[in-house]
Design a protein. Structure first.
Length: 577
């Protein structure tokens, strides 16, 4: 079955039904039941009606056609084979938090506690693993209530959210203006007049209590639980002669770009551009992508992509570990955004950004009184593979794990697939390897690569890990095994098929010379972009073209702009039912 399985329309219907059944819009008092029912009816007009099937996505007369001047155009002949299956994508916890911060100027820290944890593949946005659940719905309801309460209670927070100054408790004009303007930002499209009318009935809370802000509180709670807020809805319009394809409307395209490049809701300037018909041409999309990437959130998004990809995203942000995260972020910032250099410079950098404390930790020259760039010299270090953030991944049993480090290099940097051990060989994976002698040095105890039943996989991983063994799980160089001065570490490793190496600098050089890492970077970013790990033939066709286009001087920022400007990015493919 094609990745994505059910068609988007079927998924959306199921999500809306599950939200309603589990009480997503519950918790309001008074006439809340009637409001919820009416709201779902108006939502059905926006999403499930014939208008939506023809390509409308909630436009009103003021917003213009969602598809703009490009409505009805077919993809190019080559692009038809590159269009990806796209499912209904729920905001990850981090995307939810960033969206709340941008909409309400408030932190949604409790989202980590109240929402089900995201599954990492290594990315946290795989829609094939996202399913509606009662804990999700209840968590969203609690968050919506808490956030609405916090906004209404603070004059400094509520005024920007409202967007107008109420003349009194009976100012329905200001309330309707709030519904329209905030609704456009929260749902990432203009609201239909019928939706505004339905939500305007929440003004009864203001009238009944004599407090204008009670209606705002109720409306915020509804918006923050709306399926189109929680999920990224992409319906699109049919493509003549291709029932499996749909062209995204321009509001849908803008939201797709925004969540990919800044990890948040469509900015006001981009919503305005869509309303003006300024996202129809390829050059318009490229310009918008550049503006999104220039945003500080764009920089943070690319830094986080690397942290997810290379699995150091969960590293602590405190103390020396926070310095390590800053070190890696600074390198990505320099290569991708400041210098616009080939991405491979992330692996070949000959200096690194250190605080005085981190320099002392690594045994490198101090940058001075404050953080700064420090040359590696002849230390044996080079690029990101020398960073404590990278070297911290896969620590096990209180020390480094050669197996886990080798697995990280093979699967993350080279996009290889290493199968898990068969069930009958998984008995001891939660205990340190003992080998023939539990008191032997680690090099002798990690003998799986010599065992007939294990060597097929472990011979691919363990020798790589031992080539990094001279660096502990926090990136400190060492010459002997932890707590075993009688066990010297030679640091000799082998990447089967590429050659031998000693330390991160030589491993990075092997990786660069292989010419395979840039292609893997493209593939990993593509997975991040489409929101699923499993790939099909259409994905592979797109990836192959992107790799060919990237060439030998793969510039990540230029690649991102080219990718979102591609014809195929404007379309989606229905999954097989």
């Amino acid at each position: 079955m094609t990745p994505g399985a059910k068609p988007l329309s079927a998924l959306l219907a199921a999500v809306v039904a599950s939200h309603a059944e589990l009480g997503c819009y519950g918790g309001l008092t008074g006439n809340a039941g009637g409001v919820s029912e009416g709201f779902l009816e108006s939502e059905g007009t926006a999403i499930g009606s014939s208008n939506a099937e023809e390509g409308g996505t909630g436009d009103n007369d003021e917003g213009g056609s969602d598809a703009g001047e490009s409505q009805g155009h077919e993809p190019g002949s080559d692009a038809k084979n590159e269009i990806a299956v796209s499912g209904l994508r729920r905001l990850s916890i981090v995307e939810y938090q960033q969206t709340i911060a941008d909409l309400l100027s408030i932190a949604a820290d409790d989202a980590v506690l109240l929402l089900p944890a995201d599954t990492y593949t290594p990315f946290d946005n795989d829609y094939t693993l996202q399913t509606p659940s009662e804990p999700l719905i209840k968590g969203l309801e609690l968050l919506a209530g808490d956030l609405a309460d916090a906004i209404v209670a603070s004059e400094s927070l509520r005024s920007p959210v409202l967007g107008c100054t109420p003349a009194g408790a009976d100012d329905i004009a200001c309330f309707r203006s709030f519904i329209s303007t905030f609704g456009r930002r929260a749902l990432r499209r203009p609201l239909l007049e019928s939706e505004v009318d339905g939500l305007a009935s929440l003004f009864s809370f203001s009238q009944d209590t004599g407090d204008f802000w009670e209606g705002v509180r109720a409306a915020l709670r509804v918006f923050l639980q709306h399926p189109e807020f929680v999920y990224r809805v992409e319906i699109g319009e049919p493509v003549e002669g291709h029932p499996e394809l749909r062209r995204l409307g321009d509001y849908e395209l803008a939201a797709r770009m925004s969540y990919l490049l800044i990890g948040s809701t469509t900015p006001d300037w981009l919503l305005d551009a869509v309303a003006a018909g300024d996202l129809a041409a390829t050059e318009d999309v490229a310009a918008a992508a550049e503006q999104l990437l220039s945003d500080e959130r764009g920089h943070a998004r690319i830094q986080r992509f690397h942290a997810l990809w290379l699995k150091y995203e969960k590293l602590s942000s405190d103390g020396i570990f926070g310095d390590m995260r800053m070190e890696s972020n600074a390198l990505i910032e320099r290569v991708v955004f400041e210098d616009g250099a080939p991405w491979i410079d992330v692996l070949s950098a000959t200096e690194t950004f250190l605080t005085p404390e981190l320099a002392e930790h690594y045994g490198l020259p101090s940058p001075g009184a404050t953080a700064g760039w420090v040359p590696y010299g002849d230390s044996g270090r080079m690029g990101l593979l020398s960073h404590g953030a990278f070297l911290s991944v896969g620590a096990k049993f209180g020390d480094t794990s050669p197996t886990q480090r080798g697995l990280l290099v093979r699967t993350s940097l080279f996009c290889e697939v290493i199968p898990p051990p068969p069930p009958d060989l998984m008995v001891n994976v939660d205990e340190p390897p003992q080998g023939n002698d539990p008191n032997a040095c680690k090099l002798d105890r990690y003998d799986m690569s010599t065992r007939a039943a294990c060597q097929g996989c472990h011979s691919l991983m363990d020798p790589i890990g031992f080539g990094l063994e001279a660096y502990d799980a926090s990136g400190v160089f060492r010459s002997t095994q932890r707590d075993r001065p009688d066990c010297p570490i030679a640091g000799e490793g082998e990447f089967r098929g590429l050659g031998t190496f000693n330390g991160p600098a030589e491993l990075a050089r092997l990786a660069i010379d292989s010419g395979r890492v840039e292609a893997c970077a493209v593939e990993q970013f593509y997975r991040f972009a489409v929101g699923r790990f499993e790939l099909d033939e259409h994905d592979r066709t797109m990836i192959d073209r992107l790799v060919e286009s990237a060439g030998g001087d793969f510039d990540l920022r230029s690649f991102l702009t080219e990718y979102v400007s591609a014809d195929a990015f404007r379309f989606r493919r229905e999954g097989e039912s």
